[in-house]
Ligand binder design. Structure first.
Ligand SMILES: [Mg+2]
Length: 206
């Protein structure tokens, strides 16, 4: 891989992995509100469930929500297709709120065979668009958060923004190109590879 190759920057939660299934159960236990995640019509669940940010964060911790994250179909293919196409890969996640967020995330990535070139944790309410310039050039950016997708577009360093379709981002006017599955990512990236794939793929063993 070229040391100055452009980046593909992936969001983690509700992109490469899902928290929503376990979180739905935990929030039901906490509030008694029986609401399937497919009806979460906004990103801010504290408002939807009428709970404080402190209670929400405590629930995430006590139910070990990120420890039990579920790998999304196509996640491995999406990340590794980027590597094979010559990009540097990063996971940029707002898991900085978790006291052991980096260790838990590294363990989870190892368990699931995901090996990005960089794992980058930022605070829960950090605007991702503000940290993207430190990457230099970002060829692709994927997120499910409308604000982060918009911030990536406005950062001036991102070529293309992908918005992972979720119930909470289904607005008519949205930033980026909406995808419904991570299985779409390899073909999208392959349509504009960073370098000639033949220069990156290992020689077949004879
Ligand atoms: Mg996310």
């Amino acid at each position: 891989m070229e040391p100055n190759a452009p980046w593909v920057v992936f969001d983690l939660d509700e992109c490469l992995c899902g928290l929503r299934h376990h979180l739905q159960t935990a929030l039901y236990d906490l509030t008694g509100i029986d609401l399937h995640w497919s009806r979460w019509d906004r990103y801010d669940l504290t408002g939807l469930y009428g709970i404080s940010l402190e209670d929400f964060t405590e629930t995430l911790l006590s139910y070990r929500i990120i420890e039990r994250a579920i790998l999304e179909p196509g996640a491995w293919a999406a990340l590794h297709s980027a590597r094979l196409l010559g990009y540097r890969t990063a996971i940029l996640t707002a898991r900085g709120w978790h006291p052991e967020g980096e260790r838990v995330t590294r363990d989870w990535l190892e368990t699931h065979g995901l090996r990005p070139d960089r794992l980058h944790l930022v605070p829960m309410h950090q605007a991702k668009g503000e940290v993207l310039p430190e990457y230099g050039r970002v060829a692709w950016f994927l997120d499910d958060h409308l604000g982060h997708a918009a911030g990536a577009e406005a950062s001036g360093v991102v070529d293309r923004v992908l918005l992972q379709d979720r119930p909470w981002n289904r607005v008519a006017e949205h930033p980026g190109q909406r995808i419904h599955s991570l299985w779409e990512v390899p073909a999208l990236l392959a349509a504009s590879p960073a370098v000639n794939p033949e220069e990156v793929l290992p020689e077949p063993a004879l």
